[in-house]
Design a protein around this ligand. Structure first.
Ligand code: FAD
Length: 290
């Protein structure tokens, strides 16, 4: 199928994007990598009258490895995947990117597009949640930042308003005693996850868990933190028993959706196994480079 007729314009600055958004209102959509928006338009699930191409705005592109890793919204997923600095500073991100579609979709798809699209089965939002990232937003009232915990609202809905755009994400560097991993179950490699688990565990010098962050995708209307499981791990060694208890706590209260790919009950069952495996990865020293 072909999309409904639309007009296209290419923006050259954040200011011009904001001006176009306020002029055109809900009739307009931002076009980043087009890997979700264009299929939706072809299926006529989305029928914007105007597309504003944001991929030629220099201020929205690039990776800055400072005290945090800052990634501009229109940075291609493939560039982030290839970045040696990302691999060493936030290994979970590189690991998760391998599961985001295919090389062809990653060469066009952007980090900001995936995060703003907020598919509840998507890997990148889940990683941002597990890493305690911050999302930067620009709008007519100025710039603002929200934590990943506050950013994702429900299915395909974020804190970004109709007259705003996501400009980038900031991810804290992994500490020397932090072990991170990402695991997912999918029918075929490159498919959207049935469920996915991102875990980041910080240990003290005696190998006791100082803090834990665990996030899951594919189990609710948005990526979710397993806060009870996190609390159960803190202040103790990451033993087999602790892992088993945390995996149960992470999934007991979940009511994942059923669809043509899997039932909710199946999703919950494999979520527990995958939390167990993810924590097992973090149990092994050197897991941050897995
Ligand atoms: C075959 C195939 C397999 C895929 N598999 C996966 C997968 O396994 N996991 C996964 O997560 N994704 C997957 N995707 C989707 C992924 O490739 C997309 O890149 C991603 O979902 C959207 O990024 P994009 O840059 O292409 O955004 P676009 O498609 O251009 O935009 C998506 C939405 O976000 C909005 N938007 C974009 N940028 C911004 C911004 N900066 N601020 C505010 N709003 C913005 C757009 O207006 C639009 O509504 C797959 C896609 C295909 C075609």
């Amino acid at each position: 199928m072909k999309p409904a007729p639309f007009q296209y314009s290419r923006a050259d600055s954040v200011e011009s994007i904001l001006a176009r958004l306020s002029e055109l209102g809900y009739e307009a959509k931002l076009l980043a990598g087009g890997q979700s928006l264009v299929p939706a338009m072809n299926l006529r699930l989305a029928r914007p009258s105007f597309l504003i191409d944001i991929t030629h705005v220099d201020a929205l592109r690039g990776i800055d490895a400072g005290t945090a890793i800052t990634i501009g919204a229109t940075t291609r997923q493939a560039e982030v995947y290839r970045s040696a600095e990302v691999r060493s500073a936030v290994p979970m991100l590189a690991k998760a990117l391998r599961f985001v579609g295919h090389p062809a979709t990653r060469s066009q798809g952007t980090v900001g597009g995936s995060v703003a699209h907020a598919d509840p089965a998507a890997e990148l939002p889940t990683v941002l949640l597990a890493l305690g990232a911050t999302c930067d937003i620009a709008g007519p009232r100025g710039a603002r930042s929200v934590t990943a915990d506050e950013f994702f609202r429900t299915y395909f809905t974020t804190d970004v308003g109709d007259d705003e755009l996501l400009t980038g994400v900031r991810i804290p560097r992994s500490g020397p005693n932090t072990r991170q991993t990402f695991r997912e179950a999918a029918r075929r490699h490159g498919d959207f996850a049935l469920i996915g688990v991102a875990a980041s565990i910080d240990f003290d010098d005696a190998d006791v868990v100082r803090s834990a962050r665990i996030a899951l995708c594919g189990v609710a209307d948005r990526p979710v933190r397993a806060t009870e499981a996190e609390r159960s791990l803190e202040g103790a060694a990451l033993t087999e028993d602790a892992i088993r208890e945390a995996a149960a706590l992470a999934t007991t209260d979940l009511s994942p959706p059923s669809d043509v790919h899997a039932s909710g009950a199946y999703r919950r069952r494999i979520a527990e196994q995958y939390v167990r495996r993810a924590l097992g990865d973090c149990h092994a020293r050197g897991a941050q480079h897995a």
